[in-house]
Design a protein around this ligand. Structure first.
Ligand code: SF4
Length: 293
């Protein structure tokens, strides 16, 4: 990306406590995210970093003490990438995520990684050194054109392929269907495609707030005008019936496939067998409202 502004940033701590429900700790080797998803909730980070550039067009590459002692984090859950993707294309050059993994490799920490990339394949052998790793790929469409209009990450096919490879290597994998765009995200089809290669399917609805609410509604008005009444009902008038219906349909769908479907499970356990557990996190925003990331 020609317009990308890259800065180096020295930080005292790369690992911080979080009150996100998914982990005890969070680490973000970058500030900013060049995947530039139009619906990114993390874009509020701009406010805390004095960046004036649009989200996706700046990247602070973080450096920390290479000798930092992380032993005190043994036994904790660490979420990599709560406000950036740890496997951005720029990670190929800067290797900050890899540097952190190398520093952590002898510490019995529970790694939780969320990405929209397949660059994580580069670190497959390194990740095998950790005894407890869970990796989630965000996938919210099977339509390449829609994906390209929403984010600058790798194609959905490449994300599925990476998930399959990690699954076959024995890692715990998650297909994170998020955010679900009403009547656009093909939820059932994604589940069918992912079910043989993941332990969990997380389902999260599209939340619209802040700067991006108008942007997404304008996008829908322009590209899917027939869906505008539905989007207005949900996002202007607060009508939740679409999500209630979808919840019901997905429960039925899960039943038809013999899959277990649960609501808001905070610490899902991996069960024996290969069928994924479906977890509905609709209305997640109420849980995340005061979260420190
Ligand atoms: S990958 Fe995640 S952090 Fe990055 S822009 Fe997209 S939603 Fe935001």
């Amino acid at each position: 990306m020609d317009s990308l502004i890259v800065n180096s940033k020295h930080v005292a701590n790369i690992i911080n406590k979080t009150n996100l429900p998914v982990a005890d700790l969070a680490a973000n080797p970058y500030l900013g995210c060049t995947h530039a998803c139009k619906y990114c909730y993390a874009s509020f980070m701009k406010r805390f970093s004095n960046h004036q550039e649009p989200w996706g067009e700046f990247l602070d590459v973080k450096f920390w003490k290479e000798t930092a002692d992380f032993k005190k984090y043994a036994g904790k859950e660490l979420f990599l990438g709560s406000v950036c993707d740890p496997y951005l294309p720029q990670e190929k050059e800067f290797e900050r995520t890899r540097a952190l993994l190398l520093q952590l490799q002898n510490i019995p920490i529970k790694l939780r990684i969320a990405t929209k990339s397949d660059l994580i394949l580069r670190d497959l052998e390194l990740l095998k050194k950790f005894s407890d790793v869970q990796i989630a790929w965000s996938i919210n469409t099977l339509d390449l054109a829609f994906q390209r209009s929403m984010d600058r990450a790798v194609s959905i096919e490449r994300r599925f392929k990476a998930m399959e490879i990690f699954f076959k290597e024995g890692f715990v994998t998650t297909c994170f269907i998020s955010p679900i765009f009403p009547k656009i995200t093909q939820v059932q089809e994604i589940i069918l495609k992912a079910q043989d290669f993941c332990h969990f399917v997380y389902l999260e609805n599209l939340n619209l707030r802040g700067d991006f609410k108008r942007r997404i509604l304008d996008f829908i008005a322009h590209n899917y005008p027939s869906l505008m009444p539905l989007y207005e009902a949900i996002y202007i008038n607060g009508d939740l019936s679409f999500w209630q219906d979808l919840d019901f349909k997905l429960q039925e769908f899960a039943k038809s496939l013999g899959l277990t479907y649960v609501i808001n499970e905070r610490k899902p356990q991996v069960t024996q067998g290969r069928r994924p557990l479906l977890i509905n996190y609709f209305y997640h925003e109420k849980i995340k409202k005061n979260a420190k990331i």
